[in-house]
Design a protein around this ligand. Structure first.
Ligand code: ADP
Length: 579
C-alpha cells in the first residue's frame, strides 16, 4: 500500500493562514497604536514649543513697542529741559507721529498744571492735578527722578490706558513731567488681532488684571484671578506663574466645557511693570494636526492588511492547486503502480505456471522418450542372446518398431509445436475430399481399435464439397482425435465419425463414449503439454501436445475445433471447415 501524500487538509491550511494574517495585522495595529502615542507626544511637544515661541515673539514685540515709546518720551523730556517753552510743540508733534502708539502727549509744569501737548484738541490745558487730587504719580516721577508707568486705568473717552510719566529736570531743577497715554486697545489691535478662531492671546499685569485679549472672553480691566476664583486650579497655577514673570507652558480644562487648553506664556518687562502674555489653544488643534497622520496610518494599515490578506489568499490558492495537482499525480502514479503490480502478479503467476509446465514437460518428455527404450532394449537383447523362432522374432521386431514409432511421434509432435510457435509451420494446400482424409486416418488407427475392440463407425454425407487443405496435416488432425478417442474409451466402446454440410461449413464430429472431460478442464485441453490429471487418464501415455497441434492446424485452415463432453458418458470433438 502506497501512503497517500498530501500537503495537509485545505481547511487546516486556511485556518493557519488566517491565524498568521490576524497575528501580522494585530502586530501592525499594535505597532501603529504605539507609534501614534509617540507621534501624539512629539506633536504636542512641538505644538507647545511653537506656542511658547509665538508667545515670546508677541511679548518681545509688545515690550519693544512699549520701551520704544517710553524712550521717545524720555528723549522728549530731556529735550524740553533745554528748549524754550515756545519751541517745543514741533518736538511733541515729531514724537507723536514717530511713535505711532501714543494716544496723547502732554506736558505738566512743576506746579502740576497741564500747559501743552499734542494733539491739541485732546489737551485739557490748565488742568491742575493738585486741584483734582491726581498728583500722586506726578510726585512719584518727580521724587524718583525716573520714568514711572502707571497701572491701567479707565480713560475719560472710554477704554483702558496706561500712562508714562517722565520727569523733566534742568540740572537739579525740576521743570515738570512729560506724560504720554497709551491705549491698551492700540496694543490689542497692533499685536493680538491676527489669530485664528481657535487660538487666543491675552495680556495680564502683575496683579492678574486683564489688559487686553484677542477675543471677547477676555474683558480688559477684569481681574482674571477673581474670574477663575479657585474653580480652576490649573489655570490659577498658570496665572500665578505669569504674575511672577515666568516663562513656560501648561494646560488646564475650561471650567464650563471641560475642554483641554494648552497655554504658553512669556513675560513683558516694562520699566516698573511686569506684564505677561499667554497664547492659549485647544487640545483639538494638536489632535487635528495628527489626525491626518492617523488617517494616513489607518490607510497604510488597511493597505498592508489588504495586501497581507491578498498575499495569503494567493498562497492558499497556490498551495491548494499544488496540493490538488500533487494528489492527482499521486493518484495517477498509485494507479500506475497498482496496474504494474497487477501485471507483475500475473507475470509471476504465468512464470510459476511456466515453471511448473517446464518441470512437467521435462518429466513428461524424459518419461515419453525413455519408456519405449526399455521394451526395445529387452527385445533386442532377447534377439541377440537367443535364437527364437520366426513368429517370436517377428513379434519382438514389431514391438521394437512400435516403440520406435511412439518415440518418432513424440519427437514429431515436439518438432511440430516448435514450428507452430516460431510461425514456421507450412501448409501445402490442395483441393481434397474430406472422406478420403477420414478414411486414411481410420486406416491408420484401425489396428489399434481392433486391439481395444472399439468399434469405429463413419457416417459421411455423400458428395461433400471439397476443401482446400494440407492432406498430411489434416490426416494428422483426425489421427490425433481418433488416437485420443481410443485412448480414453474403455475396451469395447464406440467411436463415431460424422461428416456433413452445415450452412457455409462442413462439420466433422469425432464422438466417443469414453471417460469424458470434466467441465472445468474443457478450456485447458487445447493448451500445449496439458493433460488431465485424473486416475483414469493417468495411465495413458502422451505428450499433451496432440490437441494443441490439432487446434493450430485447424486454425491454419481457417477452421475451428471445440469439444462437448459429459464425464463418464463420452466426448465429441466438433470441427468446422469453411467451404
Ligand atoms: P495426449 O493425448 O498426448 O495426452 P492431447 O493434447 O491429445 O495430449 O490431449 C490432452 C488431454 O485431453 C489428454 O491428456 C486427455 O486428458 C484429454 N483428452 C483428449 N481427448 C480426450 C477424449 N476423447 N476423451 C477424454 N479425454 C480426452
Amino acid at each position: 500500500m502506497i501512503p497517500k501524500f498530501t500537503l495537509g487538509n485545505n481547511k487546516w491550511n486556511l485556518l493557519l493562514v488566517i491565524i498568521i494574517c490576524t497575528l501580522i495585522i494585530s502586530l501592525i495595529t499594535l505597532y501603529g497604536i504605539r507609534l501614534n502615542e509617540d507621534i501624539h507626544e512629539i506633536a504636542q511637544e512641538q505644538f507647545t514649543h511653537q506656542q511658547l515661541l509665538l508667545s515670546k515673539q508677541i511679548s518681545t514685540g509688545i515690550e519693544e513697542f512699549l520701551n520704544q515709546n517710553t524712550i521717545n518720551i524720555e528723549i522728549l523730556a530731556n529735550h524740553i529741559s533745554d528748549t524754550p517753552p515756545g519751541e517745543v510743540i514741533p518736538d511733541f508733534i515729531n514724537v507723536y507721529y514717530h511713535s505711532r502708539g501714543i494716544y496723547v502727549i502732554e506736558f505738566i509744569n512743576e506746579s502740576g498744571v497741564i500747559t501743552m501737548g499734542y494733539p491739541l484738541e485732546d489737551i485739557p490745558t490748565g488742568y491742575d492735578l493738585y486741584e483734582h487730587e491726581q498728583a500722586y504719580t506726578f510726585e512719584k516721577a518727580r521724587d524718583n527722578q525716573k520714568t514711572y508707568v502707571t497701572k491701567p486705568f479707565l480713560l475719560m473717552e472710554g477704554g483702558l490706558g496706561v500712562t508714562i510719566w517722565s520727569p523733566v529736570y534742568e540740572g537739579d531743577e525740576f521743570k515738570g513731567v512729560t506724560l504720554a497715554i497709551i491705549r491698551l486697545s492700540d496694543i490689542s489691535n497692533r499685536f493680538l488681532q491676527n489669530y485664528d478662531s481657535t487660538e487666543e492671546v491675552y495680556v495680564v499685569d502683575e496683579f492678574g488684571t486683564i489688559l487686553c485679549g484677542s477675543s471677547d472672553r477676555y474683558q480688559a480691566g477684569e481681574n482674571f484671578i477673581d474670574t477663575v476664583n479657585g474653580t480652576n486650579p490649573l489655570l490659577l497655577q498658570i496665572l500665578n506663574k505669569q504674575m511672577n514673570g515666568s516663562e513656560g507652558t501648561g494646560y488646564y480644562f475650561e471650567s464650563n466645557t471641560s475642554e483641554k487648553k494648552l497655554a504658553a506664556y512669556s513675560p513683558i518687562k516694562w520699566r516698573n511693570r511686569l506684564w505677561s502674555i499667554a497664547v492659549v489653544s485647544p487640545q483639538s488643534d494638536v489632535d487635528d494636526l495628527i489626525y491626518s497622520v492617523y488617517v494616513k496610518q489607518v490607510g497604510l494599515i488597511g493597505l498592508s492588511g489588504g495586501f497581507i490578506v491578498l498575499f495569503s489568499l494567493s498562497i492558499i490558492l497556490l498551495l491548494t492547486r499544488w496540493n490538488k495537482s500533487l494528489e492527482l499525480e499521486v493518484a495517477s502514479k498509485t494507479s500506475e503502480i497498482t496496474k504494474s503490480n497487477e501485471l507483475l502478479k500475473r507475470a509471476n503467476k504465468k512464470l510459476m505456471e511456466l515453471d511448473k509446465l517446464k518441470s512437467d514437460f521435462v518429466s513428461m518428455v524424459s518419461h515419453e522418450l525413455k519408456t519405449p527404450l526399455t521394451p526395445m532394449k529387452t527385445s533386442a537383447e532377447f534377439l541377440l542372446q537367443s535364437d527364437p523362432d520366426v513368429n517370436v522374432r517377428r513379434e519382438m521386431l514389431e514391438l521394437i518398431v512400435r516403440n520406435i514409432d511412439r518415440q518418432t511421434r513424440m519427437v514429431n509432435d515436439m518438432l511440430d509445436i516448435s514450428r507452430i510457435e516460431s510461425g514456421n509451420m507450412r501448409f501445402r494446400k490442395e483441393m481434397l475430399d474430406i472422406d478420403e482424409i477420414i478414411n486414411s486416418a481410420f486406416e491408420t488407427m484401425k489396428k489399434q481399435s481392433e486391439e481395444k475392440k472399439i468399434n469405429i463407425t463413419t457416417d459421411i454425407s455423400p458428395g461433400l464439397t471439397k476443401i482446400n487443405a494440407d492432406k498430411d496435416k489434416l490426416i494428422q488432425v483426425f489421427v490425433n482425435l481418433l488416437s485420443n478417442a481410443l485412448k480414453f474409451t474403455p475396451d469395447g466402446g464406440n467411436v463415431e465419425i460424422k461428416a456433413f454440410e452445415s450452412g457455409k461449413y462442413i462439420e466433422v464430429d469425432v464422438k466417443d463414449d469414453g471417460i469424458g472431460i470434466p467441465p472445468d478442464k474443457i478450456d485447458k485441453i487445447f493448451d500445449k503439454f496439458y493433460q488431465i490429471d485424473n486416475t483414469y487418464a493417468r495411465p495413458y501415455s502422451g505428450s499433451g501436445l496432440g490437441l494443441a497441434i490439432t487446434k493450430s492446424i485447424m486454425e491454419g485452415h481457417g477452421g475451428t475445433i471445440r469439444v462437448e463432453s459429459t464425464p463418464g458418458e463420452g466426448s465429441v470433438f466438433i470441427l468446422t471447415f469453411l467451404k
